[in-house]
Write a protein that binds this ligand. Structure first.
Ligand code: UD1
Ligand code: CA
Length: 454
């Protein structure tokens, strides 16, 4: 069995990002570019996965802390050939090495599979044909159509500059030949770099077969050198993801106005209005509707629930047939059963809310356990925090909390109790009774308002 090694070159500085963060950590679709390349690489089940790092290496290693990655340092960036040389000690004696770039995040796994297969016992290069090839290495072919060399733009003759077939940089190479080829590279070229691309000529000289295969779409080989290219690739990824959702039957009001920085799992007849952002894993059940401009991060939404516009949900679970928003906020640990209504300007944190309960207006529910068919009136607050400790509010089934109630935790409102509006409840409210905790209303007869002297 031929083993496959993969080397990801990621030592470049990324000067033109003008950022203190190493280039390969900049996110595309919410995920660092390098993490994406690693994920695609893993899909090919390599026996060894090496990342060549340099600039900002500690930050990169800290962020991508997977234990199966072999880190090879390239202290000085002397060229792509030199970079691969740094990985050489970690590669197996036989089999193949696939070279990828840490700043080319959107290559499809199937394309790389094809490249590895094209190499056979020899080498293969992934190519593309561009209208404007400037900046890229050109694929130079003989009269027989066979590849002879890759010539970097800066080293091209005027005739070679006219070639539109370019080197994407990704290639598959036979391990048994690598040490010899990399040792033979020199930096006698326009950029005084050790070019990995020069191995193609060495392969031809050694009688090793050199094949090529090309990308299905140019964005597969598009790299990121600046924020403009980063933004362009982000739009391409988002358009691809939107198409996948549409093809799977999800209704999108506008496929150009959705951002998925993670993954959406969905049932049937899901619809999503414009301007929504999805992060992490979002699960949407059958018939879920997400209104305009919602942000959903790591949430699970049950069948038939409607999330009205401008709602923000994070690390929360929503049961079936719920109505959330507009302008609702579900914070981490919010767990709603079915048929729950959460209305405008309501915040729920680390709380369970039972079936059919309603919290419709201007309310804070934190560290609470709320039963079934509870109604919490407008402007109520669970006072869960004394500045140091958090306390729990427990509300039984079928409790009615009047508007403007402050529940000073720890406190329990027993089942079927009713709390008069404007109460400050700091002691348990007994089951089935009306509890009112507010000053009695008085009228002062004959009292006069002060008046201005004219
Ligand atoms: C390279 C290719 C060129 C190809 C182009 C595609 C060479 C000599 N040229 O050119 O034929 O058309 O990519 O984009 O290979 N890197 C290191 N260490 C280094 C130098 C580079 O790790 O010393 C990494 C970079 O981080 C990057 C990748 O290698 O991920 C490519 O480097 P870059 O400088 O962008 O190569 P180009 O000159 O664009
Ligand atoms: Ca480049």
């Amino acid at each position: 069995m031929d083993s496959l090694n993969i080397v990801i070159l990621a030592a470049g500085k990324g000067k033109r990002m003008y950022s203190s963060m190493p280039k390969v950590l900049h996110p595309v679709g919410g995920e660092p570019m390098l993490a994406r390349v690693i994920r695609t690489a893993r899909g090919l089940s390599p026996s060894r996965l090496v990342v060549v790092y340099g600039h900002g290496g500690d930050q990169v290693r800290e962020r991508i802390a997977d234990s199966d990655i072999i880190w090879a340092e390239q202290a000085e960036q002397l060229g792509t050939g030199h970079a691969l040389k740094m990985a050489l000690p970690y590669l197996s004696a036989d089999g193949k090495t696939l070279v990828l770039y840490g700043d080319v995040p959107l290559t499809k796994m199937s394309t790389l599979q094809r490249l590895v297969e094209a190499a056979g016992e020899g080498m293969a290069v992934l190519t593309d044909v561009l209208d404007d090839a400037s900046g890229y290495g050109r694929m130079v072919r003989g009269a027989d159509g066979k590849l002879q060399a890759i010539v970097e733009h800066k080293d091209c003759t005027p005739e070679q500059l006219a070639i539109r077939e370019i080197n994407t940089g990704m290639m598959a190479l036979p391990n048994a030949r690598l040490a010899g080829w990399l040792a033979a590279l020199n930096n006698g070229n326009a950029q005084s770099e050790y070019y990995l691309t020069d191995v193609l000529e060495l392969a031809v000289k050694d009688g090793v077969t050199v094949e090529s295969t090309s990308v299905d779409a140019s964005w597969e080989a598009a790299g990121v050198n600046n924020k403009l290219q980063l933004a362009e690739l982000e739009r391409i990824l988002q358009a691809n993801q939107a198409r996948t959702l549409l093809e799977a039957g999800v209704t999108l009001a506008d496929p150009a106005r959705i951002d998925i920085r993670g993954e959406i799992q969905h049932g049937m007849d899901v619809s999503i209005d414009v301007g929504c952002v999805f992060e992490g894993l979002v699960e949407l059940g059958d018939n879920v509707e997400v209104g305009a401009h919602c942000v959903l991060k790591n949430v699970k939404i049950g069948a038939g629930s409607k999330i009205a516009p401008f709602s923000h949900l994070e690390d929360a679970v929503v049961g079936g047939a719920c109505k959330i928003g507009p302008y609702a906020r579900l914070r981490p640990g919010a767990e709603l059963a079915g048929h729950v209504h959460i209305g405008n300007f309501v915040e729920v944190k680390k709380s369970k809310i039972g079936d059919g309960s309603k919290v419709n207006h201007l309310t804070y529910v934190g560290d609470a356990e709320i039963g079934r068919k509870v109604n919490i009136g407008a402007g109520s607050v669970t006072c869960n925090y004394d500045g140091v400790n958090k306390f729990k509010t427990v509300i039984g089934d079928n409790v009615f909390v009047g508007s403007g109630t402050l529940m000073v935790a720890p406190v329990t409102l027993e089942r079927d109790s009713t709390i008069g509006a404007g109460s400050v409840v700091s002691k348990n409210a007994p089951a089935g009774e009306l509890t009112v905790a507010r000053a009695r209303q008085v009228t002062v007869p004959g009292w006069k308002r002060p008046e201005k002297k004219s």
